[in-house]
Design a protein around this ligand. Sequence first.
Ligand SMILES: *[C@@H]1O[C@H](CO)[C@@H](O)[C@H](O)[C@H]1NC(C)=O
Ligand SMILES: *[C@@H]1O[C@H](CO)[C@@H](O)[C@H](O)[C@H]1NC(C)=O
Ligand SMILES: *[C@@H]1O[C@H](CO)[C@@H](O)[C@H](O)[C@H]1NC(C)=O
Length: 320
Amino acid sequence: MFLSFHIIRTMAATFHLLLLHHHTNTIFFLYFFILFFPTHSLTPGSSLSVENIDNILLSPNRLFTAGFHKVGDNAYSFAIWFSDHPSTVVWMANRDEPVNGKHSELSLHKDGNLVLTDAGRYIIWSTQTKSNSSSIKLQLYNSGNLILHEQGNPVWQSFDHPTDTLLPNQLFTKNTQLVSSRSSTNYSSGFYRLFFDTDNILRLCYDSRKTTTVYWPDPGLHSWQVGRYQYIYSQRASLDLEGRFNSTDGLGFLFADFGYGPQRMMKIDMDGNLRVYSLVENGATREWVVQWQAVSHSCRIHGVCGQNQWRSLIKSFEGA
Ligand SMILES: *[C@@H]1O[C@H](CO)[C@@H](O)[C@H](O)[C@H]1NC(C)=O
Ligand SMILES: *[C@@H]1O[C@H](CO)[C@@H](O)[C@H](O)[C@H]1NC(C)=O
Ligand SMILES: *[C@@H]1O[C@H](CO)[C@@H](O)[C@H](O)[C@H]1NC(C)=O
């Protein structure tokens, strides 16, 4: 299946070149043909259109797909998702500013800038990169990293700009953060955030317009009491393919299902909890199963158990 798809694409591209000077009808046919096959890379002067669902980039292992993802009525975000689980989005370019379902495009300009335009007009997002090289290319790698590179040298990569998910081998640093989504149906930025604090400790906080409240690690304890160390002059954390997470502040753990095999990810969920998941076979389907979570009592998460919930909790105790 993969092989034939590959051959057909190569053939189509070759015929296109051969026939360029001949029949316009044939060219039309071939363009039509090419349009219905996903591409593997975006080259200078080309673009992906929101209107054509086949305008996607696939990783060579076909595990990840990059393309326009529907996020609302006539609203799309350029995103990366698991090909078999389109609802598991791992990255978004424009989560807070979706584009129109007509005439929106992601284009790699000849000057090396990767640009997302809304309805053919407004620039919503861009990588702000510059390159004169005609060899610059946008490709989705097997790791799920979308890389704009010049002959293998990255000039921009999605792994440096995470949204709410960290994939295996994606480095989390003091320049990155994970921000939760608003809800299960709304991918725009929510209120919870994972970040390296100024003392180099990895923390979770709740950000509202009025306040910032740290809730993990437990603010009632010293960081050393929970095995975390300040003042290390490095802030790096990552998840590896075997299911091991480790951070320079001393936080480290193994997934419950440690070992090579399943797909994995770390995600700050809309409820503010940080969780790691493995994709597990369950009969005929595969589902994401929690292997670890930062906060065991969700009431410890700021904003989750509001006053009303406390009241109803107290009432139910009184009633008992
Ligand atoms: C998502 O939530 C934001 C903030 O409340 C809101 O502005 C936006 O319209 C919502 N988007 C969708 C698709 O519902
Ligand atoms: C690109 O090429 C132009 C003209 O050849 C040159 O002036 C410019 O400095 C080059 N830009 C970069 C980023 O190399
Ligand atoms: C992270 O894991 C590696 C082994 O995989 C280990 O050598 C290293 O010391 C760990 N780092 C931290 C900060 O725990």
